[in-house]
Design a protein. Sequence first.
Length: 86
Amino acid sequence: MAEITDDDIRMVYEWVDSFEFSKQKKNITRDFADGLLIAEIVYTFYPHLVEVHNYYNTNNLKKKQDNWALLQKKVFSKIEFHPSAE
């Protein structure tokens, strides 16, 4: 497996910053934990697959899991993207 460099991380942050999100980013790990911002990014490329209003901006663990399960079922499976549960 290739090692991730600081330059790689910087490029990802710049790419993420190129999107307009429904909520302000403060901490990338926490901000993306509920799946909402991922849904918004995917919507940019596949608007016919994502109904953003179905995803919650939440700190509730169950709702976060629901968001990710919905992404997996309705979106990721159709674009053949299979992220690990981790």
